[in-house]
Write a protein that binds this ligand. Structure first.
Ligand code: SAM
Length: 231
């Protein structure tokens, strides 16, 4: 097709295809199958995210970890991790606005409004001196944390922030500390236009290779929770 015709066709398509998030989601879904065939087929499928956390912790023999959680809310997942990884040298860092999602989360099956998960500024009470919280937007709190970051422990980044923008920011900002053997956990991976897209964009832009350690699969979810190890 010559370029004049291509341009005409492009303009025509841009007018008739609905500019819809649901539409985009639908057309991205095959990527999940490609991901499964490329990376997931040999990895372990588990039934819940806690099983996945257990599996990840076993894979590092309960060794010392530097655990960074993005999206804390009332602390369910970070509390679980503090009880799971009992290594005294481990440190747990939780980042959240504690005033809810900074923007709405549009998803195929509905979504969540801006401000969902507001704890009125309350951080979880966890009686463990290894834990620290950072209140505010990741975009405001994480850069200074990164400036001072130093650790030899296995890095585990647990991303449960739902949003594309937040996930992409965290991944790109973490690039200098994401080394071979670091582990990234996603909590809504199959939300194709958010965590999945952010991870794909990050890997492509920074030339990052990884393997899938495990994912979840039940009658109710398929790849909602995924753990990957950086190669
Ligand atoms: C699904 S909740 C986290 C749930 C939690 N991990 C648990 O196990 O219950 C998502 C959280 O991400 C936080 N969040 C999303 N984007 C953020 C950003 N850019 N900066 C700070 N917090 C953010 C929201 O405030 C919200 O509390």
């Amino acid at each position: 097709m010559n370029s004049k015709l291509t341009t005409k066709f492009k303009i025509f398509l841009s007018k008739i295809i609905p500019d819809s998030e649901k539409f985009r989601y639908l057309f991205w879904l095959p990527k999940l199958h490609t991901f499964h065939k490329t990376y997931g087929a040999k990895s372990k499928f588990l039934e819940s995210r806690t099983q996945l956390y257990d599996f990840v912790n076993q894979s590092i023999d309960n060794g010392p970890i530097s655990y960074l959680e993005f999206g804390v809310f009332k602390g369910k997942s970070i509390r679980y991790w503090t009880q799971l990884n009992t290594n005294e040298a481990s440190l747990f860092h939780g980042f959240d606005t504690f005033s809810g999602l900074p923007e709405s989360w549009d998803n195929f099956t509905g979504g969540l409004e801006k401000g969902t998960f507001d704890t009125q500024g309350q951080v979880p009470q966890i009686d463990d001196k290894r834990v620290a919280f950072y209140k505010g937007l990741f975009q405001d709190t994480y850069p200074s944390f990164m400036d001072a970051y130093e650790s030899d422990s296995t890095l585990i980044i647990n991303i449960d922030a739902d949003l594309y923008s937040s996930t992409l920011f965290v991944l790109t900002m973490s690039h200098s500390i994401l080394k071979k053997g670091s582990i990234v956990i996603f909590d809504e991976f199959s939300s194709m236009l958010h965590e999945f897209r952010a991870f794909e964009d990050y890997c492509k832009s920074y030339n990052v290779d990884f393997e899938v350690l495990a994912g979840t699969k039940t009658a109710k979810n398929y790849y909602a929770h995924v753990a990957v190890r950086i190669l």
